[in-house]
Design a binder for this molecule. Structure first.
Ligand code: SF4
Ligand code: FE
Length: 491
């Protein structure tokens, strides 16, 4: 059954999720002003699925049960499904201008589905059926699942088992008849607090010594021994200011990352999808990363659409929109943004069927997509700041604009002064000018910059991770043969 956004929010209240922030336990984290925008963002993935206008993108027919499900819980059944996924993400980005978090689960579902099939094929294990059962439960209840991959990693020159502190990569500490006990953590986990469940995956390819670290499983957010420490964002405490509105830039939506700690958590057998098959750790990593690199060709493009729109509005309010230089900057931003979209669509259209039956993106093109994402949003932001002007970062607070403290010789208030000197072009209110500039501030260097800037760099893997994949997938040998053939070289 598909939930509404409100039903989703209410469902979170039933969980006993342990959340810490600023050194304290947060009891009512669902209504906490710093967390709530990220919950609203995920709620949008539910509300859009309820809207008949978006049904084709936001919902799909389950390959497991034949029922209508949210596409975020879907196993892609064709290249067309992969394309729709990207379009859905662009739509969600357009509606929230933030990271809506639910994609990590979707990408984990598809990666774990195909990988468990292949592990079972080689080792005769039962992981795939267990996973299918778990996913049916997720689809049936329309749940949000955090796809958790990144370990803290400690000393990057050392393998997981060789770390001074063995917990720097999540690992199995005890194997029992009925399950395993795990310890460790997953860092910067998108949407982890407002997920119902988590799917844990290894973070790098591994060798025999790391067998205890080659572990994948599902566990509920409020499992015994599991807790999360909230990751703060730039300008986040503005959300705690009384009556905060204009200064937030994006009052309703935001992203969320947290450190998820597993302090000896018991995982029953039915939720274990890998436990020691280290030769499949790298496969799972590559597939999840590949899907998430495709994802960025959708979500970041949707957010980019809003950034471009905001820059154009700011130019209009300043009376600069007719200048040819400004028009050209908007064209450049559009060119960059649509180039990312081309990559997202291309790697989807070239998708291939896996042994398990779901579809996987073209790996080379997905990595090209994400590599471009590590650059273009930065240029788009640079151009947006250029168009917006310095006021975006020097403007007095909303409280000043509303203040009736008298400061002028003729009885003018602080508010009068601000409104006088920061007036926009005729017919545009100063408040609207503030709003669009604060929005740009939020996305370029405020709380939402996590999702649009630095996440563009490091989310779904840092740039070097894509370059390794590009080197591996680029088929240089074939390119050399092509050159030799035409140049008439016979060796
Ligand atoms: Fe989805 Fe993009 Fe956020 Fe990843 S960064 S979870 S793809 S919105
Ligand atoms: Fe991300």
């Amino acid at each position: 059954m598909l939930m509404t956004g409100n039903q989703y929010i209410e469902s979170l209240r039933k969980l006993n999720t342990r959340v810490y922030m600023f050194g304290e336990k947060i009891e009512n984290w669902v209504d906490h002003p710093m967390i709530r925008p990220s919950i609203n963002c995920v709620a949008m993935t539910y509300d859009l699925a309820q809207d008949p206008a978006y049904a084709d993108l936001m919902t799909a027919k389950s390959s497991l049960t034949g029922k209508t499900i949210n596409r975020f819980a879907h196993l892609h059944q064709s290249p067309e499904d992969l394309v729709k996924k990207v379009k859905m993400q662009r739509l969600c980005g357009q509606k929230t201008a933030s990271c809506f978090q639910r994609c990590v689960g979707m990408d984990a579902f598809n990666a774990v589905f195909s990988t468990t099939f292949e592990i079972d094929e080689k080792y005769g294990t039962q992981y795939h059926q267990r996973f299918v059962k778990f996913l049916e439960m997720v689809q049936e209840n329309d749940l949000v699942v955090d796809g958790a991959m990144t370990d803290p990693k400690g000393d990057r020159s050392k393998a997981p088992h060789a770390q001074a502190d063995p917990d720097l990569y999540l690992h199995i500490v005890e194997r029992r008849e009925d399950g395993i006990v795990v310890r460790g953590a997953k860092a910067h986990q998108t949407g982890s607090i407002n997920s119902h469940w988590h799917i844990i995956m290894p973070t790098i390819s591994m060798k025999e010594d790391d067998a205890d670290y080659a572990v994948s499983f599902a566990c509920p957010s409020d499992a015994d021994g599991l807790f999360m420490i909230y990751g703060r964002q730039s300008c986040d405490t503005r959300k705690l200011e009384e009556g905060a509105d204009v200064d937030l830039g994006n009052k309703q939506f935001g992203g969320q990352e947290a450190l998820v700690v597993f302090d000896n958590v018991f995982i029953p057998n039915e939720y274990i999808f890998m436990a020691g098959e280290y030769d499949f750790a790298g496969v799972l990593v590559e597939r999840f990363a590949g899907y998430h690199r495709q994802s960025y060709g959708g979500c970041k493009v949707g957010v980019g659409d809003v950034v471009i729109g905001a820059a154009a509005v700011a130019a209009e309010y300043n009376g600069a929109d007719k200048a040819s230089a400004v028009k050209d900057k908007i064209i450049e931003m559009t060119h960059l943004n649509e180039t990312l979209y081309c990559c997202g669509i291309a790697c989807s259209s070239e998708g291939q069927k896996t042994k398990a039956g779901n579809y996987q993106i073209d790996m080379l093109l997905a990595n090209i997509c994400k590599q471009n994402v590590t650059r273009f949003p930065y240029e788009i932001v640079r151009l947006a700041e250029d168009i917006a002007g310095g006021l975006m970062v020097t403007m007095p607070s909303e409280k000043d604009f509303k203040s009736d403290t008298v400061v002028g010789r003729n009885g003018e208030t602080i508010g009068d002064m601000c409104n006088k000197f920061f007036a926009a072009r005729e017919g545009v209110s100063t408040e609207n000018r503030m709003r669009i500039l604060r929005f740009l501030e939020n996305i370029c260097l405020g709380a939402s910059a996590v999702g649009y800037r630095t996440e563009s760099m490091h989310g779904a893997g840092s740039p070097q991770a894509q370059r390794i994949m590009i080197a591996r997938q680029g088929n240089l040998q074939q390119k050399k043969e092509l050159a030799k053939a035409i140049a008439g070289i016979k060796e």
